[in-house]
Design a protein around this ligand. Structure first.
Ligand SMILES: *Cc1c(COP(=O)(O)O)cnc(C)c1O
Length: 379
């Protein structure tokens, strides 16, 4: 086991099923070196701004521990998570880095933020009051400028601006906002949000600014502020969804061939008999299904790849299985036990997401716990 680990640099499987699975039906490969290169690329694009990393939702499904540790080694010095629980989990992995928690402290939760050295993102006047009352350290203040999601709106900024003593007691590390349409560079709301942000923050004490997610980093210029907060681009998602990507793929989803089936008489494939395979052809049954986060709607719609050759997904996707037509692969070149790429270097994550009518974000964060996550570039 230790020799195998040293040779392949793989993570131990999460489940306790009597040791590592030599032939897991579904594998998620995570290239941590590519992650580090994407981080450096974004940091270069951010110019003088500090480049944090957003690692919420288990680092977008790729595994918080290996991802955060690799990013820290690549020079990342600030992390964002969504929830207190995620912040505590990250603090246990990284003792020293600032960790910002986007949801801010619920009333009564402030001592936990203090205990774990977490920096809250304060989203309401009440959260500011609670944080100051708890004697908390540095905090970020979130202004809502057009998302109507978290953050103080204009009226609350005005209220806070009038609370001189409260503001004096607040250690304001950063004032931030979040763009609604950063992935559409021409959208008028981008400039409008920047304008509202500048107007609102002038009512408050001076602090560092943070505006940009991944797509915001690509907008550049004034959108960079002092601190950028990319997430999806680190993990290989194209921030604009289409067009040339500024980052490289990090995650590869693979399904093991459980069975190869020569079609010698016409047959239907899968539930609902939605595909008809005609002889002569060849089908490969893979051990990945919608329970692993491969969308059911991709049946008869998406492509997969075998050693760089594209092959179609045929029939409906089942819970644990799906079928690809591998007639195009030469007979001697494919065997049971081989792995077929469901997305990765050949079939882009963003292509799969678009075929499923969603985003790379939803595909990655929906990847199932049953997949074995294997990491390269850990050391
Ligand atoms: C999730 C999130 C980010 C990261 O967004 P990406 O589009 O993944 O780069 C940045 N800021 C906030 C407030 C977020 O919620």
């Amino acid at each position: 086991m230790s020799a195998r680990k040293a040779a392949t640099d793989e993570a131990a499987p999460q489940r306790d099923a009597g040791g590592p699975d030599a032939a897991p039906p579904g594998v998620l490969r995570v290239d941590l070196d590519a992650l580090a290169r994407n981080y450096r690329k974004l940091r270069a694009l951010a110019g003088a701004a500090e480049c944090a990393a957003v690692v919420k939702a288990d680092a977008y499904g790729l595994g918080l521990g290996p991802v955060a540790e690799r990013l820290a080694r690549a020079g990342c010095r600030r992390f964002f998570v969504a929830t207190l629980r995620e912040g505590v989990a990250l603090r246990r992995l990284l003792a020293d880095v600032p960790i910002s928690v986007l949801e801010g402290p619920a009333a009564g939760a402030e001592p936990r933020f203090v205990d774990f050295g977490l920096t809250p993102v304060l989203n309401t006047v009440a959260q500011v009051e609670g944080w100051v009352r708890a004697g908390g350290g540095p905090a970020a203040l979130h202004l809502d400028t057009g998302m109507a999601r978290l953050g103080l709106g204009a009226a609350e900024v005005e209220e806070l601006a009038g609370r001189r003593e409260l503001l004096r007691a607040l250690r304001l590390d950063c004032i931030m906002t979040h763009l609604a349409c950063a992935d559409e560079p021409g959208h008028a709301l981008n400039a409008r949000q920047l304008e509202i942000f500048d107007t609102l923050r002038r009512r408050l004490p001076a602090a560092r600014t943070s505006i940009a997610n991944s797509a915001g980093v690509l907008l550049g210029g004034a959108y960079l502020g002092d601190l950028v907060r990319p997430g999806i681009a680190l993990y290989g998602g194209n921030p604009r969804g289409t067009g040339p990507s500024p980052v490289e793929p990090v995650a590869t989803l693979e399904g093991r061939i459980l069975q190869l089936r020569d079609v010698t008489a016409a047959t239907t494939v899968g539930y609902g008999a939605t595909h008809r395979a005609e002889p002569p052809s060849r089908l490969a049954v893979l051990g990945v299904g919608y329970a692993d986060g491969y969308p059911r709607c991709l049946g008869n719609r998406a492509q997969a790849a075998y050693r760089g050759l594209r092959v179609p997904v045929v029939g409906r996707v089942s819970m644990d299985l799906l079928c690809v037509d591998v007639s195009a692969v030469a007979r001697g070149e494919i065997s049971v036990g081989d792995y077929v790429e469901l997305f990765g270097p050949t079939v882009a994550l963003d292509e799969i997401a678009a075929s499923a009518g969603t985003l790379a974000y939803e595909i990655l964060t929906g990847l199932g716990a049953r997949l074995e996550r294997r990491y390269t570039g850990r050391e």
